[in-house]
Ligand binder design. Structure first.
Ligand SMILES: Cc1ncc(COP(=O)(O)O)c(C=O)c1O
Length: 441
């Protein structure tokens, strides 16, 4: 906050946006390089979504969801189930990613109690994981940076190593320029061995394994090797441990498929969705729950099996209308197919970062690109935290017309799907110039 307050610091005040471009009060324009913190999909001021909100406004903006429903939320729930292919699943509405995760954790806990599985109280989750800023979501998280202050407030969860090949202590492969550590890795899936041992050790105390499938965003855009999710899901299934997937960041086409878990053969028990659900317009989130979990909440009134969780703006009609319009664009524009070309352009633009001596890793999943800056390529040693390398590079990128945020020293490009190929190239070029401004090659 001292930096923010400093007289030398003039914040950029955004006043307008159109497509992939944000306009500031001083008239300067910037490419929205992280899709407004991973939310925007089809661009700003997207006519179809704008119109859907206006039309909804002409009918009603909001009415309580408690003991009631509304037509747009019901339609949205149906469409989400269709897209997920998870027949018989139910949709619980809330407002943001943290809350969708909070609801998932509470559902698991309460369902276990109501099924008479009273010992199954322990959640297992990945190291460096981030699932939001509320107390439950933080408890399932293991980010030293975000969570250390609050640790005494949080409930205990079991941390297992993340399949983070680039920094994995079991990966015996040397770093190779131009190669994704997930592909060149030399290991014996020790991460899965640790998961197995942890679940066996917990036995009937294990309730659910919580993770972001394929890519851990705030952990540093850590990308998992293909196969991890499917193998981990099987290990859980064999032990009656539920699988809770946090698709708040990875959902809605980010990794190439509509949902990231669809890259592998898994059936999640619960899924949290938020961010891109409304195309980056309004805060709506959902938690999808299996029939098995839903049924644990059925009972006579006096049995008190109710899921006591609700928010004032649950099922907000304007938000649901925006979400429906957002999903419609996926169908009318064949967004997932169209994105394949953008992914290629992003990969081409990112490839040149390997030429920089302080780039340790360049990794990509769909339209998520991460460039990890290191002090030493061979040892993968990071720059000291206080040097704020990632932050300084992203600050420098502003001078080249790009807005994005790093995760520590990992530079992130997550372009909106409305980008032209030229805009994607502009983004990688701006970031390249910024990197060379801060650390000349
Ligand atoms: C994977 C993941 N889960 C949960 C959240 C929390 O979402 P929200 O910021 O909408 O509360 C985030 C936010 O960045 C996230 O990336």
């Amino acid at each position: 906050m001292r930096d923010w307050n400093a007289s030398s610091h003039a914040p950029i005040v955004i006043v307008e946006g159109k497509g992939a471009v944000l306009k500031a009060e001083d008239g300067r324009e910037y490419l929205d390089g992280n899709s407004s913190i991973w939310t925007n999909l089809h661009g700003h001021r997207r006519p179809e979504i704008d119109q859907a909100i206006r039309d909804q406004l002409d009918r009603i903006a909001h009415s309580s969801f408690l003991g009631l429903t509304n037509d747009v939320a019901a339609r949205l729930a149906g469409e989400l189930i269709d897209l997920s292919g998870l027949d018989g699943y139910k949709v619980f509405f809330s407002d943001d990613g943290s809350t969708a995760m909070e609801a998932a954790l509470k559902m698991v806990y309460q369902a276990r109690m109501q099924r008479g599985e009273k010992t199954r109280t322990t959640f297992i989750s990945l190291s460096s994981g981030y699932h939001g800023d509320t107390i439950g979501a933080m408890s399932a998280g293991h980010s030293a940076l975000f969570h250390h202050v609050y640790r005494p407030l949080l409930f205990a969860t079991r941390e297992v190593m993340s399949p983070a090949c680039y920094r994995c202590p079991h990966n015996r492969a040397e770093p190779v320029r131009g190669s994704d550590a997930r592909v060149t890795r030399k290991c014996q899936w020790e991460c899965l061995g640790e998961l197995t041992r942890t679940l066996d050790d917990l036995g009937d105390a294990a309730s659910a394994f919580v993770l972001e499938p394929r890519v851990q965003g705030a952990a540093g855009m850590t990308m998992h090797p293909l196969g991890y999710l499917e193998k981990a899901a099987a290990i859980c299934r064999e032990r009656n441990v539920w699988l809770v997937l946090d698709e708040v960041m990875t959902g809605f086409g980010r990794t190439g498929t509509m949902f990231a878990y669809q890259h592998e053969n898994v059936t999640p028990d619960l899924i949290a969705l938020a961010k891109g659900l409304t195309g980056g317009y309004l805060p709506v989130a959902v938690t999808l729950a299996s029939a098995e979990i839903f049924e644990a909440f059925l009972g006579d009134y006096a049995e008190l099996k109710t899921f006591f969780h609700g928010h004032s703006y649950t099922g907000n009609a304007l938000g649901c209308a925006a979400a429906l319009a957002n999903l419609k664009i996926f169908a009318t524009e064949q967004t997932l197919q169209k994105n394949v070309a953008l992914q290629r352009v992003l990969a081409q633009g990112a490839a040149k970062f390997w030429d920089h001596p302080h780039v340790g890793d360049v990794r990509q999943e769909g339209l998520i690109c991460a460039i990890e800056i290191v002090r030493d390529f061979k040892t993968r040693e990071s720059f000291p935290f206080a040097e704020r390398i990632g932050h300084r590079i992203c600050e420098a990128a502003r001078q080249h017309g790009l807005l994005t945020r790093p995760v520590g020293d990992v530079l992130v490009l997550m372009p909106p799907y409305c980008c032209t190929e030229a805009q994607i190239t502009q983004m990688t070029e701006a970031l390249w110039l910024a990197l060379n401004d801060v650390i000349p090659a």
